[in-house]
Ligand binder design. Structure first.
Ligand SMILES: *[C@@H]1O[C@H](CO)[C@@H](O)[C@H](O)[C@H]1NC(C)=O
Ligand SMILES: *[C@@H]1O[C@H](CO)[C@@H](O)[C@H](O)[C@H]1NC(C)=O
Ligand SMILES: *[C@@H]1O[C@H](CO)[C@@H](O)[C@H](O)[C@H]1NC(C)=O
Ligand SMILES: *[C@@H]1O[C@H](CO)[C@@H](O)[C@H](O)[C@H]1NC(C)=O
Length: 577
């Protein structure tokens, strides 16, 4: 009998080869932050003040920062927290509003076989509106609802509206929502069974539009990650099962899709009340080498950030669970990304044939997927010829994948026990506001801090510096010490207070961007930390350097060279301060 080696055997062989050749070295952090330092950082637990008792554990779903206020949408509860009002070890809310499902919705949810813990109102959409106020959607016991709330007193304004196509039914489902030019753009599933995935536009002065229903060319089991407004388009980032490979096995890939903000839908014959501009492309986050290694699972993106005169967007990717554990951060140039949508289209001529690029001469005019332009013959998407609309409907996928800047990741972590899945960038770090620091969050609740040293073309790798690693989750205060409890829901940067906000299901932890005081005893440690936020200042101490500071200070971020400095004589990291 022939024995068949399990697939991971080849993966391992392959990895051995790869680690020797293609993977950049992965040095550890310059500093591991001791747990007792982190355990003192302030935490939000859903209490109004210190003497109040905590009732049910929180189940946080979304956080939203508007100026100096943090809104927290949880299960059945909405909180308002003043970010400038923090003293001591706990952050308290200034306002709380409960929005529960009514008995009838809960009864129907239970009748449909859902557990009572799921038949509650999980707030999955939390947005601020241009004119002030909040727009909130909750799963409402598998019958999603949306409503407007005032930003100050958290009072519901007007009636509730259906949350269908705006909010998932099941709290476990990923969804995305964004307001642009008065329209609500959402990506979610529209049904109880979560089969019909949709990108939907509603509420504004344009007609409601959606993606084509039950067409695996448009979506195949998508997991929506984020959306950004850029130029005349909204870009949606997600992952889904690939349809363009002829493998028997299912392969997940990462994608970016876009629609024109002002799309009015197709003609009465083709794509009526559906996007006439929906196109998508694969994102290529891979390590080059003899055999390419792909990080196929997108977990989160940054907003569009401006670096060296270019608009770029960063994504955190990982390998699938059954593969070599690995995560990577890739950067994409928005101009280049948009350019892929002007390239070739991909098609499958028959269900058995392989996918090939569509020859240029077979692409109808005007170019499929474009936005209608005022003052031309096609000044509205309803006026597009049916041939062109039919082409868009049947060819939403682009041939080319979007290449990452420098054709390699900015950061790679492999063979570690965590997966990186959240990120936030400070592109104005340090006293001169000219350093880039990337904070990464992991599936184990830890935070990794990197100094990014880009070349002029924004392609970076080897020169990045892994500055710090710390455990962000605090089981002493947040409760449970389980892997689920440590799942980071979001990672945001509050610039005015120089802190990171880490949202977990049961708490929000506020972590300073730097811990300069840990290196206070000795100049060598301070300089060697290479932390752009820290400098050795007069009075012989390692201080946090405020942006624009006039204080004289010493730093050596680029080299951290300390050969000329005396030893610290065991005065290494100073923990008890
Ligand atoms: C909530 O606000 C949005 C945007 O301002 C508006 O379009 C919508 O009609 C409002 N909904 C309700 C129920 O008042
Ligand atoms: C488009 O152009 C036609 C004339 O060609 C005009 O009647 C119509 O109002 C225009 N529509 C828009 C939306 O500008
Ligand atoms: C991804 O990028 C690499 C490096 O540029 C390239 O060799 C590879 O063919 C690309 N993969 C796809 C699917 O485009
Ligand atoms: C940041 O600005 C300072 C002061 O202008 C300058 O000395 C330094 O070289 C700059 N660093 C980078 C990386 O641009």
């Amino acid at each position: 009998m022939a024995t068949v080696a399990p697939p991971y055997f080849f993966l391992l062989l392959w990895l051995l080869r790869m680690t020797c050749s293609a993977f950049p070295e992965e040095p550890g952090p310059l500093n591991f932050i001791p747990t007792d330092v982190v355990r003192r950082y302030p935490v939000f637990l859903g209490r109004p003040h210190v003497t109040s008792l905590r009732q049910e554990p929180l189940l946080i779903q979304r956080v939203l920062q508007v100026n100096r206020t943090l809104y927290i949408g949880a299960r059945d509860d909405l909180f308002r927290v003043e970010l400038d009002n923090v003293a001591g070890e706990e952050m308290f809310y200034s306002k709380k509003r409960t929005w529960e499902s009514n008995k009838n919705d809960i009864r129907i949810c239970r009748m449909k076989g859902k557990h009572e813990d799921e038949c509650r109102n999980f707030m999955k959409v939390l947005l601020s509106k241009a004119g002030g106020g909040l727009f909130i959607c909750g799963t409402n016991a598998f019958n999603p609802m949306c409503a407007n709330y005032t930003a100050d007193k958290l009072e519901m304004v007007g009636d509730t509206v259906s949350g269908m196509a705006r909010c998932p039914y099941d709290p476990k489902h990923a969804n995305v929502a964004l307001f642009a030019e008065g329209n609500l753009f959402t990506a979610t599933v529209t049904d109880f069974l979560a089969i019909d995935a949709v990108i939907y536009r509603s509420l504004g002065d344009h007609p409601a539009l959606r993606t084509v229903k039950h067409d695996s060319k448009w979506f195949r089991e998508p997991y929506f990650v984020s959306a950004v407004e850029w130029g005349p388009h909204i870009y949606f980032f997600f992952r889904e099962m690939a349809m363009e490979f002829n493998y028997l096995e299912k392969v997940m890939v990462s994608r970016v899709a876009r629609v024109c903000k002002k799309d009015l839908g197709g003609s009465q014959r083709v794509l009526e009340k559906q996007w006439s501009s929906f196109l998508k492309a694969r994102l290529n986050c891979s390590v080059p080498g003899d055999s390419h290694f792909y990080f196929n699972l997108l977990h989160s993106t940054s907003p569009v950030i401006r670096m060296h005169g270019r608009d770029i967007i960063l994504g955190v990717f990982s390998t699938p669970a059954n593969s070599i554990p690995g995560s990577a951060v890739c950067a994409f140039d928005m101009e280049h990304l948009a350019g892929v949508f002007e390239g070739r289209f991909k098609e499958q001529k028959s269900p058995e044939s392989i996918w090939t690029p569509v020859p240029d001469e077979l692409i109808p005019k005007p170019r499929p997927g474009g936005c209608a332009v005022q003052g031309t013959r096609f000044n509205s998407s309803n006026a597009f010829p049916d041939e062109m609309l039919t082409f868009v409907k049947t060819h939403p996928l682009m041939e080319e994948a979007v290449a990452s800047l420098g054709q390699r990741p900015w950061i790679v972590r492999t063979m570690v026990r965590y997966q990186l899945n959240k990120m936030v960038v400070d592109s104005e770090a340090g006293p001169h506001r000219n350093r880039t620091v990337l904070f990464l969050g992991s599936s184990r609740g830890s935070i990794l801090k990197f100094l990014i040293v880009p070349n002029q073309d924004n392609s970076v790798t080897s020169s990045n510096v892994f500055l710090e690693e710390l455990e962000g989750y605090n089981p002493d205060k947040c409760g449970e010490d389980s892997p689920q409890a440590k799942q980071l829901l979001s990672l945001t940067l509050d610039k005015p207070s120089h802190t990171l906000l880490l949202a977990f299901p049961s708490c929000v932890v506020r972590v300073p961007v730097a811990r300069c005081q840990l290196y206070s005893r000795c100049m060598k440690n301070c300089i060697a930390s290479r932390d752009p936020y820290c400098g050795w200042t007069r009075g012989s101490t390692c201080s946090f350097l405020r942006p624009g500071t006039r204080l004289p200070f010493d730093q050596d971020i680029d080299h951290g060279s300390v050969n000329h400095l005396g030893d610290c004589d065991g005065k290494s990291i100073c923990v008890h301060l």
